[in-house]
Design a protein around this ligand. Sequence first.
Ligand code: SAM
Ligand code: SF4
Length: 321
Amino acid sequence: MLIDSYDRVVDYLRVSVTERCNFRCQYCMPEKPFSWVPKENLLSFEELFEFMKVAIDEGVQKIRITGGEPLLREDLDRFIGMIYNYAPHIDLAMTTNAFLLKGTAQRLKDAGLKRINVSIDTLKPEVALAITGKDVLKNVLEGVEEARAVGFKVKVNMVPMKGMNADEIIDVLEYCKERNMSVRFIEYMENAHATVDISGMKSDELLAILSEKYEFVDDGFDGSSPSHYYTMKDGYRFGIIEPYADDFCKQCNRIRLTAEGNLIPCLYFDESMSIAESVRNGDIKAAAEVLREVVRTKPEKNRWGGEEGEASSRAFYETGG
Ligand code: SAM
Ligand code: SF4
C-alpha cells in the first residue's frame, strides 16, 4: 500500500497519454504551446503500462486516462485493453472533451473502459466556440449520446466562468439530470497557461444560484473524491470541486503521470520525478523507488487558497487536470 507523509493512502493514478489537444479552452490551453513535447520523448503505451503494473502491484486501485485530449492518441483502446487484461478489478476511467467519442465509444467499452467523464461547459454553440476556439458542440453532444448508448456511465465536468457560461449552470445541470448523469462544477483554478482575465465562479456563488431553484442537502465529501456533494429532494446529486478550500486536499489520494513519464505528487506544484529512464531500461525496481519517493513527498495541500500567489505554473493539459 502507498501511504504519504500525512497518512493518506494513495491509490489513484491519473495518466496523461498526450499533452496535445484539439480544443483551445480559455482556462487550460488558450494558445497552442510554443512547442509540443517531441514524439520521441513520449512514453509508448508499453512503457506507460510497465509503470502502471508497478503502481497496481503497489496498491493503485483506480486509474484515469486523461490528457490533453486522450482520444488524440492513436489506438487508445489497445492501451485500455492492456490495463484491463492485467487488472480487470481496477476502476478504469477516462476524462475527455468528447469531440472524438462518436465512433470510438464502443471500442473503448469493449476494451474494458468502465467510466467516462466529459467536459461540457455550455450548451450554446456560440459559447462553445468562444470557450474552445472551435465549433465543437454538436460533436461533443453526439459523442456523449453514443457513450451512453453503448452503456457507459457518464459524468460531466463544467468550469463556470463569469460573463461566459455562468448563466448556464441550471441548463447544464438539467441536461445532465435528464440523462441521469452527475454534474460537477469545477472552480476555475488559476494557472500561468490560462487567459488572465477569466473570472471563475466560487462555490458560494454557485450555491446561491442553485438554491434559488432547487432544495438540496449538503452531503459533504464522498470517500476520496475532491468533490463536495449535494443531494436534491428527488435524489439527484451534483458536486462542486473547490480547490480554494483546504478540504480539497485532506482526502487527496492521487498522483499524476505525464505522457513523458514525469510523476507528479500534486496538481498545483511544479515538482515531479521521472520514471522514463527506469521503464526504458526495464528497471522496474528503480521505477518503484521513484513511485514511493513521489508518494512520500506529496505536499499536504495546494496553494490556491494560500497567501503566496494563487496561480499554479503547472499546465492542466500536461498534468491531465
Ligand atoms: N481534454 C479532456 C477534457 O477536457 O475533459 C481531459 C483533460 S482536461 C485538462 C481535464 C479537466 O481539467 C477538464 O474537466 C477541464 O475542465 C479541467 N480543467 C482544465 N483547466 C482547468 C482550470 N484552469 N481550472 C479548472 N479546471 C480545469
Ligand atoms: Fe483540451 Fe481538455 Fe484542456 Fe480543453 S480542458 S484545452 S479540452 S485538455
